[in-house]
Design a protein around this ligand. Structure first.
Ligand code: 13P
Length: 268
């Protein structure tokens, strides 16, 4: 039996009515009490509406970003407590679009990880190399620098409360997913990184998601790979039928027993 987290990153898409329609369709397909968690991360302004639809279903709701300070003069920012109050359980942080377009550093992302954990929510920490970095043979140096920086000061017992999403930048939104070999190699490296950091038992509890052109067409192949515990899905998460196919693929691969997930703190 395997556990999966299937997460949709809706990015800057969906008006409120589109968000409601998507949430209604997806929430009906979120499996009941199984070992597959389904998550939708709409834009900030649609979170509350989606959370109301998700209530009483097995769809979880998350945000795509947050600020680490509690409150105050931070024009344009949204706090973790604000997100928690409207029904968020997860917050994506360090997405490559935020790193590249909004100049987010590992140091800033680290502050967000620590603040999210302190609030009891689950951070989904995105990491990944650019094509130039991959071609220069620097993939694992980049991943190590990102992980070391973003997880600095996080206690070993809190590490499994962090979900890690490996998203090679060159595979995002391009329709060109990483090959099975590339995903397998990166995820094995990630698992080993955490074995070194916190031991075998704890490392196995960490959800390692793959993201980057993951779709209904390649979900079976990708989700079957060892050390892939789910996906962070962009484009295909905006089309209910495609996202539901990915959910159903995970349910099939999980060998869903109908048992409740082993832990509710974010880890597997
Ligand atoms: P795509 O699935 O559109 O490639 O986006 C992946 C992503 O960035 C999810 O966070």
């Amino acid at each position: 039996m395997r556990n999966y987290l299937i997460a949709g990153n809706w990015k800057m898409n969906t008006t409120i009515s589109e968000a409601r329609d998507l949430a209604k369709a997806v929430s009906k397909s979120a499996p009941h009490n199984g070992n597959v968690i389904v998550l939708g991360c709409p834009p900030f302004v649609n979170i509350q509406a989606v959370a109301e639809i998700a209530k009483g279903t097995h769809l979880k709701v998350g945000a795509q970003n947050c600020y680490f300070e509690k409150k105050g003069a931070y024009t344009g920012e949204v706090s973790i407590d604000m997100l928690k109050a409207i029904g968020c359980d997860y917050i994506i942080i360090g997405h490559s679009e935020r790193r590249a377009i909004f100049c987010e550093s590992n140091e800033l992302i680290n502050k967000k990880v620590i603040a999210i954990l302190a609030s009891g929510l689950t951070p989904i920490l995105c990491i990944g190399e650019t094509l130039d970095e991959r071609n220069a043979g620097k993939t694992f140096d980049v991943l190590k620098t990102q992980l070391d920086g973003c997880l600095a000061g996080v206690a070993v017992e809190d590490i499994p409360k962090v979900v890690v999403a490996y998203e090679p930048v060159w595979a995002i939104g391009t329709g060109v997913s990483a090959t099975s070999n590339e995903v397998s190699e990166a995820h094995a490296w990630l698992r080993n990184y955490f074995v070194d950091k916190c031991g075998d038992f704890t490392a196995k509890k960490i959800y390692l998601l793959y993201g980057g052109s993951l779709s209904d067409a390649n979900a079976k192949e990708t989700l079957a790979i060892d050390n892939v515990d789910g996906g962070l899905i962009g484009g295909a998460a905006l089309v209910a039928e495609k996202f539901i196919t990915i959910i159903n693929t995970a349910v099939e691969l999980a060998g869903d027993t109908g048992a409740a997930p082993s832990c509710c703190c974010g880890c597997k």
